[in-house]
Design a protein around this ligand. Sequence first.
Ligand SMILES: Nc1ncnc2c1ncn2[C@@H]1O[C@H](COP(=O)(O)OP(=O)(O)OP(=O)(O)O)[C@@H](O)[C@H]1O
Ligand SMILES: [Mg+2]
Length: 325
Amino acid sequence: MRVALCAVIGRVMTRFDLLVVGDANPDIVLSGEVEPAFGQAERLAEDAHLTIGGSGAIAACGAARLGVRVALCAVVGDDLFGRWMREQLDARGVDVRGLVVDPGRRTGLTIVLSKPGDRAILTFPGTIADLRSATVDRRLLRETRHVHVSSYFLQRGLAPDVPALLDEAHSAGATTSVDPNWDPAENWNGGLTDVLRGTDVFLPNATEAVRIAHQEDVDRAAVSLAGLAALVVVKLGSQGALAVQGTSLVRVGAVPVEPLDTTGAGDAFDAGFLASWLAGDPLDRALAMGAVCGALSTRSLGGVDGQPTLDEARSTIAGQPAGSS
Ligand SMILES: Nc1ncnc2c1ncn2[C@@H]1O[C@H](COP(=O)(O)OP(=O)(O)OP(=O)(O)O)[C@@H](O)[C@H]1O
Ligand SMILES: [Mg+2]
């Protein structure tokens, strides 16, 4: 009773459930038979879509869609793309007071060439890696129940200070999570050991987990990483996801979908998992929420348009055959 009361008081006193610390940039997604050809050849895509991109922005939108009170800390330039991102995030219910404008830099941009089963990605980094710990609004850090660092490896400006930032979050009473995403330098460490010690939920995909842990298979990788982070959740694409906490390993199958575009499925998964975990759901339920949010996000081009509402996610889980989640 006392614990429940403290939890209720904690919720009332925090303004946000989730603070996402990371990146925000537009994505331009071209789909169809999109193999580019040089020699000034012009090829035609079937569809084109300007949408919210950046791991942090996509995760924040996924959480907002589920009804989570969410704020985003990221850097944009003083340009059309930066203003468009602010407008779009705000319209989707993400608090943007932590979105910092750097007038001397240009907002990053990603071009995704998306064909069935694969995609090629070209990114102009711009402000994507510009966030620094000092730029993270400390009022937001004190006003949230949870801090999520997205794209750790991409956040070169922030990365060295992530362990201290996670400590600060803990001192303020928040829990923490980190999604490493791909390491463009392919070193697969870069201070991550210190980061993991301050991480309550670590959210790599299978390849990232195996490379970071230097293990041959994903189960061993997850177990090994769970020796550092409190809870390790590994995203397995069309195979679903697994989690290791202490000595227990929990698996969830994928929700069957015909994916149109898998951009941002991992970030939608993070949003779904964290929404459920923060609501106090058991681990298998939180994994199922992650998997359903990841799967449904693939039904639209780009990272955000397919993200489900809480009702949609719940009814999809309820409609699944028993034993599939
Ligand atoms: N083809 C699919 N079918 C069903 N579910 C999928 C599919 N692809 C992704 N998902 C769901 O979304 C989750 C996250 O996807 P994935 O494993 O691709 O993450 P990721 O590699 O981190 O993605 P990202 O490219 O966004 O970083 C999976 O764990 C799974 O539950
Ligand atoms: Mg990912």
